[in-house]
Every structure is written in structure tokens, then in C-alpha cells.
Design a protein around this ligand. Structure first.
Ligand code: FAD
Length: 476
């Protein structure tokens, strides 16, 4: 209670949530499957306030969980159920765009800025912030950085990591690292920002970031393709890469199961081609050139592919509204899957050449545990990242006890991830580790890599109170 009074004195009453009702949305994960506990959720407004709160937590030796939009798909942003003394620090009140420097192609933002606000601000200055994902209306830039979020722009612009120039971070002892550099070149020793990008709140709280901006595309061309198999989709990707690689900005694949779920469970979503085709691809070209040039490149690539027999069908978007509608279909997959049943979500990546083998082998592995379960597949194909999601019906799932649900979900994920790792892939391409993949970290990460990570964690957070039990498995 004394701690809460201290927080109220520092931040004001409205910035300290403490009733069970107010905490609910902050201790439950986005899918509503896991629930943790916390003594309070704090909403600081400045970096200085974050640092002061962290110093108080450090002295009181209480666990701290940094939280952004709480859209993590691996339950990373919610506190643990067995540590009710945890203090959650939500960055939602730190949402100022601090500066935009169009000449330097950069902007400095508070970590609590919502991704969509960042995109819109960049656009209003004639620039592009290229990270884009389904949760962009609610996830925060700090959460994107802490998870090194990927999304649909990675093929052309890289992950969040490639779009961050500098960071401001509050360390677990309350010190502030002011690293908001706006430089493309800075060879002055370890590049510390990379430690915090993808660290999922285990090493510090990101309070500000300098982001890299790109020229705003003025031309866009988009097609929706139906193909017979993942092999055909990969062949199409190769055609686009050799014909128009500099303009290729997205190449997303979904199977018929995934498409039918979106059309059946999310209002006002329509696909341009029949959802009965087995595999669908959304391909986008963007550039700063004349739109006619892009359209011509798209059409030429498609007619050559049709002549080779690579396509079952294709539609070309004829206006901006259609392009936006097709993106809505793609960006609605997580929402649709949440409504349609219980998806056992996985997020592996494998080399592009191994994708067909991965899908075949992972399907066999999953069906060995959940025979006949529909397999949802949605892939950032150009990145080798395949979300492979065996689906259970709600009734089937509810017939299991919570322990059985956990066990089943673990077995399926591990079987799928084992296939990915055996094919020289990874078990987490973009969502991170959170609390659901710490076993995989212990199983599949090389011992030396894990040891280095544990050493860094101990050096920066010796009390081990920042997001405990997340990302890293318990030290041996
Ligand atoms: P949270 O969920 O609040 O937190 C995520 C992690 O970051 C936690 O470990 C938390 O402790 C830590 N964290 C949050 N803020 C900070 C901070 N300021 N400092 C330090 N640590 C912090 N991900 C992809 O990569 N690609 C996708 O295409 C994609 N699509 C998605 C679609 C939907 C509909 C949803 C719901 C999620 C999707 N995600 C995707 C998951 C993705 O990781 C998140 O959407 C986003 O990056 C997390 O941001 P957030 O602000 O919600 O972070």
C-alpha cells in the first residue's frame, strides 16, 4: 500500500490503476487465454517519471513489466500469475512525436506512440515509416522495438531493427541511457541499441526512439494471385524478384483455410478470387516512379507466369480503394482466427527453398498429435516466415482441462518448431519469445548463445526483476 501511495504522489491518482476491474485489460493477453496478476498499472508521462518509478521499484525489489499496446501474441506483456507484487509500467501516456527531420529522413518519438500515428506523421512529411502489421492501430513503437516486430514490409525495408537509429532507455537501476542518435554511421564500439531491440522488456524500458524514414512511394500496383501450391508461389516470388525486385514491397501467402476464416468471421471482407483456390498470394509493388511503369511491370510478370502455367487465376487492383480492401483481408487474419476457434499459433521461419518441405513435414507432425485438425497457413513468404496454425474447435478445446490445454499446445508447437529447426530455420521469426517459447529457447538455442544472453541479463539486471520468466529460460 505504501508503494502505491508513493506512485500516486509521483504520478497522480489517475495514472495509478489498482482495482481488479481496471487491471483486467492489462493482465490478460490479447487472445484472452492467459491471465497474470499485478499490484498496479502505472502510466508515467515522461522519461523522468519512468526513471523515478523504476528507481522506487528497484529499491523495493519488486518485479517490473513494461507494457505497450498489449498486442503481444506470445503473452509477453502481461505479468506472471505467481508474482502479484509486480508493477506494470504502461507507456500509453508517452505519445509525443518529439521531432521530425525530413532532411535526415528521421523522426524522434516517445515510445508510447501508436504505430499508426508514427506512419501517419511520417506520411504528413512526405516520408514513409515502413513497419506495418495488423495491430498497427493499437501497438506502440516501444512494443514494436522491444519485440523487433516484422510485419508485411520486411521484404523491402527489413524488420523494426533495420528502422531504428537510436534509443532512449531507462535501465533496471533507474539510470537513463540517452542514445537517441540520428546517424547512419557511428562506429564507436558496441552498438548498444541492438541489445534492447528484441529484448522484450528484460533489459530496460524503452522511452524514446529515433526512427529511420524512407521516401514515400507515389505509385502502387497490386495483384491477388491463386496458385496450386507453395512451390508455385515461391516460383512466382522469384519471377517478381528478377523482374522488379527494387519495387517489390510485399509478397504474402495464405491458404484456403485462412482465407475462408477471414471471409466468414470478419465483417465486410471480400476476396477478389474464389476462396476455393488452395493457395492465395497478395503481391504489391511500390515506388516513386510513374504508376504506369509499375502496372506494366506487374502485368508483364503475370502474363509470363500465366504462359508458364504458374497461375490458376489472378486479379489486378484497379484503384486505391481496392488495394486498401485487399490489405484489410490480409491484416484481418489474427482477428478472424481469434473468433473462429483456438489456433495453436507458431511463428517459424525457414530458408525459402525449405518452405514446401516444412509445410509437408509440419502438417504430418501436427496431425500426429491432433489428427485431422485444419491447418491455417499465413506466410510472409518473401521472408520465409510461415505462421503455421493447427486449429481446434472451441468445444474440443473446452473439453480439456487447463493443464491438458497447456500440454497439448506445447506438444504441437514443439513438434512444429522441431521441424523448422531441423530445416535450418527458427522457432520465432517475428513475434518473439514471451512466456510461451522459453522451453524452445532451452531446447533449440545453442548453449553458448544462451550463456551470452544470460550473462548480459545478469550484467544489466542483476536483480532479475525486469520481465522475469520471459524470453530467457531459467539459468541452469
Ligand atoms: P506489448 O504487447 O505491450 O509488449 C510486447 C513485449 O514488449 C513485452 O515483452 C513487453 O514487456 C515489451 N515492451 C512493450 N513496450 C516496451 C517498452 N516501451 N520498453 C521495453 N519493453 C517493452 N508481430 C509481428 O512481428 N508481425 C506481425 O505481422 C504482427 N501482426 C499482429 C497482428 C495482430 C492483430 C496482433 C494482435 C499482433 C500482431 N503482432 C505482429 C504481434 C506484435 O509483436 C505486436 O503487435 C507489437 O509489436 C507489440 O507491440 P505492443 O505495443 O502491443 O507491445
Amino acid at each position: 500500500m505504501a508503494l502505491i501511495q508513493t506512485f500516486i504522489a509521483l504520478l497522480g491518482d489517475s495514472a495509478v490503476l489498482r482495482s481488479q476491474q481496471d487491471l483486467a485489460g492489462h493482465v490478460t493477453d490479447w487472445r484472452g487465454r492467459y491471465q497474470g496478476q499485478a499490484q498496479c498499472v502505472l502510466f508515467p508521462s515522461t522519461t523522468a517519471q519512468v526513471a523515478e518509478v523504476v528507481r522506487i521499484c528497484h529499491a523495493a525489489q519488486v518485479p517490473v513489466v513494461a507494457q505497450g499496446g498489449n498486442t503481444s501474441l506470445c503473452e509477453g506483456a502481461i505479468p506472471r500469475a505467481d508474482l502479484p507484487e509486480t508493477v506494470v509500467i504502461n507507456l500509453g501516456r508517452m505519445r509525443q512525436v518529439r521531432a521530425v527531420d525530413p532532411a535526415n529522413n528521421s523522426m524522434v518519438v516517445d515510445a508510447g506512440c501508436v504505430l499508426q500515428t508514427v506512419q501517419e506523421t511520417a506520411r504528413s512529411h512526405g516520408r514513409l515509416y515502413p513497419v506495418s502489421l495488423g495491430a498497427e492501430g493499437s501497438c506502440q513503437i516501444g512494443g514494436n522495438i522491444a519485440t523487433n516486430a516484422g510485419g508485411t514490409g520486411v521484404l523491402r525495408y527489413g524488420n523494426t531493427r533495420e528502422n531504428v537509429l537510436g534509443l532512449e532507455v531507462v535501465l533496471p537501476d533507474g539510470r537513463i541511457w540517452e542514445g537517441l542518435y540520428g546517424l547512419r554511421k557511428n562506429n564507436t564500439g558496441f552498438d548498444l541499441k541492438h541489445l534492447f531491440i528484441g529484448s522484450e522488456g528484460t533489459l530496460g524500458i524503452i522511452t524514446g526512439a529515433t526512427l529511420k524514414l524512407h521516401p514515400l512511394p507515389t505509385a502502387r500496383a497490386m495483384a491477388w494471385l491463386a496458385v496450386e501450391s507453395p512451390q508455385a508461389a515461391i516460383a512466382m516470388l522469384a519471377r517478381f524478384q528478377s523482374r522488379c525486385s527494387a519495387s517489390l514491397s510485399a509478397f504474402e501467402m495464405l491458404n484456403d483455410v485462412q482465407l475462408n476464416i477471414v471471409l466468414g468471421h470478419v465483417a465486410d471482407r471480400r476476396a477478389p478470387l474464389s476462396p476455393s483456390y488452395p493457395w492465395h498470394v497478395l503481391v504489391e509493388l511500390t515506388d516513386t516512379c510513374d504508376e504506369a511503369l509499375l502496372s506494366a511491370a506487374l502485368e508483364e510478370t503475370l502474363s509470363a507466369a500465366a504462359e508458364e502455367g504458374l497461375l490458376l487465376d489472378a486479379a489486378i487492383a484497379t484503384n486505391g480503394k481496392q488495394q486498401a480492401d485487399w490489405w484489410e483481408v490480409r491484416h484481418s487474419v489474427s482477428e478472424g482466427n481469434k473468433k473462429a476457434g483456438i489456433g495453436i499459433n507458431t511463428d517459424p521461419a525457414v530458408p525459402l527453398s525449405a518452405i514446401p518441405a516444412f509445410i509437408t513435414q509440419a502438417t504430418a507432425a501436427a496431425h500426429g498429435i491432433v489428427p485431422g485438425a485444419p491447418i491455417i497457413i499465413v506466410a510472409h513468404l518473401g521472408d520465409g516466415n510461415v505462421h503455421f496454425i493447427p486449429q481446434m474447435q472451441f468445444a474440443q478445446w473446452q473439453a480439456l482441462s487447463p493443464a491438458e490445454q497447456d500440454q497439448l499446445s506445447h506438444r504441437v508447437k514443439q513438434a512444429v518448431n522441431e521441424v523448422a529447426c531441423a530445416l535450418a530455420g527458427t522457432f520465432s521469426a517475428e513475434h518473439g519469445i514471451g512466456q510461451v517459447l522459453t522451453d524452445e529457447m532451452a531446447l533449440f538455442k545453442p548453449a553458448v548463445e544462451l550463456d551470452l544472453m544470460q550473462t548480459i541479463k545478469r550484467a544489466i539486471d542483476p536483480q532479475q526483476r525486469f520481465n522475469p520468466g520471459r524470453l530467457l529460460p531459467p539459468a541452469p
